[in-house]
Design a protein around this ligand. Structure first.
Ligand SMILES: [Zn+2]
Length: 195
């Protein structure tokens, strides 16, 4: 089932997600629905707060990035296989130079901005069977992970922009929260006028 994606301005996007256990109600169904929702919106990642649940769960499918001909063969291979479910994820180490990349977010349609993020991170997480994993990520995989991880910490990519950029975007962000936007997927807007 395709779930509506929660738009910018909803308080659920600002909550720090809580850890979950295998006893979380209907978890399998929730993950399936989130996968369908992400695919339908052509996203490379989707975090639980974006469908209204403040829990530490997000999905990534970075395979669309693998088609970028400017990337090395090695990075293309990594990205085409970077498709996982991340439960109770943590970043245990960050290293390397911060670099900028033009990011977007399914909760903030039509806005794309350069965001600086750490080059290499070491992460720990549990998969959908609650098996623990430790992994080191670099480049775009590390970037997508950090974007989704921020969601379960209540942080959005627009928070990371300069104060000037934030001022310039304010009106556009207000309009998104009111539903004055055309997204080609289902959304729920916190400040939409009731009809
Ligand atoms: Zn996002």
């Amino acid at each position: 089932m395709i779930l509506p994606i929660i738009a910018y301005g909803d308080p659920v996007l600002r909550k720090v997600g809580v850890e979950i256990t295998a006893a979380y109600p209907d978890l399998e169904m929730l993950i399936t629905n989130m996968q369908e929702t992400m695919e339908n919106a052509q996203g490379v990642g989707l975090a639980a707060p974006q469908i209204g649940k403040a829990i530490r769960l997000f999905l990534i499918d970075a395979s669309p990035f693998a088609e970028d001909p400017d990337l090395s063969k090695e990075e293309q291979t990594i990205l085409s296989n970077f498709k996982h479910i991340f439960i109770n994820a943590t970043i245990v180490k960050s290293e390397g130079e911060e670099w900028a990349f033009n990011e977007g977010c399914l909760s903030i349609p039509d806005i794309r901005e350069d965001v600086f993020r750490q080059e290499t991170i070491t992460i720990e997480y549990q998969d959908e069977t609650f098996k623990k994993h430790t992994q080191t990520l670099s480049g775009l995989a590390a970037r997508v992970f950090q974007h989704e991880y921020d969601h379960i910490e209540g942080i959005l990519f627009t928070d990371k922009l300069s104060s000037l950029k934030k001022r310039l975007l304010k009106k556009k962000l207000d309009n998104i929260s009111k539903g004055k936007i055309n997204a080609d997927y289902r959304m729920r807007f916190p400040n939409a006028k009731k009809r």
